[in-house]
Design a binder for this molecule. Structure first.
Ligand code: NAD
Length: 262
């Protein structure tokens, strides 16, 4: 597949009001793209666009709950009518909640699966078919996590959903087949210093002390660095965009060998 030139084209980003999505929006604008931004947090996503416009960029920002498929389709139609077919779609919005798997909180599970899995599928539903039909080139980038490859106690509602994201990305890769226009990437960030990481830091601090909490945040990538990696991988059509995967490689190997080397 040919590398993409994003300059002058359109980027869609969900979760663009905070963290990685916000940094993706800025990265898109930096690359000369028109941005189409969505977030459930209206003020936050409006502020992201305001900052981009103040720097000479352009686009639109909309309040959108990615759990709402009809609203998502309406958003996609508006974006395409206003600016044309996106060259990059970042299905990025997601949530993380801790909770016992032994005594599961069903509300947490439903929210996690609705946002982290169905939210991704709604993004695919709203945009991918239209991108394919248009005959234009583009890349569909879905944010998984290192939690797509390894499990963790009290994080099953998150890691189960993110494992599902891996399966969705693989299925898309297979179904996209040999056509040369639209590709899929799975972005699997390591720890990134965003509001989502706050609870992990607080929990580690409570369990293992201030220094351990600091280490979680200290080892984290910046949202800007992960956004840049995401764009580079999307441009060059990488399937896996996995900065710092070496840090969890032993856990992934251990898991696979417990399955296969019995
Ligand atoms: N921060 C990390 O360490 C880390 C690591 C691996 C993966 N990720 C993934 O990166 C993605 C972005 O996370 P982040 O760290 O930037 O978090 P964040 O909390 O800073 O930002 C997430 C954004 O998504 C929005 N959002 C939440 N629910 C939504 C909904 N229903 N509809 C629309 N928008 C919604 C929030 O309002 C927020 O603006 C998530 O998918 C997350 O799982 C983050």
């Amino acid at each position: 597949m040919d590398a993409l030139d994003f300059n002058g084209r359109v980027a869609v980003v969900t979760g663009a009001g905070s963290g990685i999505g916000k940094a993706m929006a800025f990265e898109a604008a930096k690359r000369g793209m028109t941005v189409a931004l969505a977030d459930i947090a209206e003020d936050a996503v409006t502020e992201t666009l305001r900052q981009i416009e103040a720097d000479g960029g352009k686009g639109l920002a909309r309040k959108l709950d990615i759990r709402d498929a009809d609203a998502f389709d309406a958003f996609a139609n508006e974006v395409i009518k206003e600016f044309g077919m996106p060259a990059a779609v970042f299905a990025n919005a997601g949530i993380l909640n801790y909770g016992s798997t032994l005594r599961p909180d069903l509300e947490i599970w439903r929210r996690s699966l609705d946002i982290n899995i169905l939210g991704v599928i709604h993004t695919v539903h709203a945009f991918l078919g239209k991108m394919l039909d248009s005959g234009e080139s583009g890349q569909f980038v879905i944010t998984g996590s290192m939690g797509s490859f390894v499990a963790a106690p009290e994080l099953a509602s998150y890691t189960a959903a993110k494992h599902g994201v891996w399966a969705i990305c693989e299925a898309l890769r297979m179904e996209l087949g040999s056509q040369e226009k639209v590709g899929v990437s799975m972005l699997a960030p390591p720890r990134v210093d965003t509001p989502l990481l706050k609870e992990s830091v607080a929990r580690t601090t409570a369990a293992a002390g201030e220094e351990a909490g600091k280490q979680i945040r200290g080892g984290a990538m910046t949202p800007e660095a992960i956004a840049e990696a995401a764009f580079k991988g999307a441009e060059t059509r990488e399937f896996y965009i996995t900065p710092q995967i070496d840090d969890v490689a032993p856990m992934i190997r251990d898991r696979i060998s417990r399955l296969l080397d019995r």
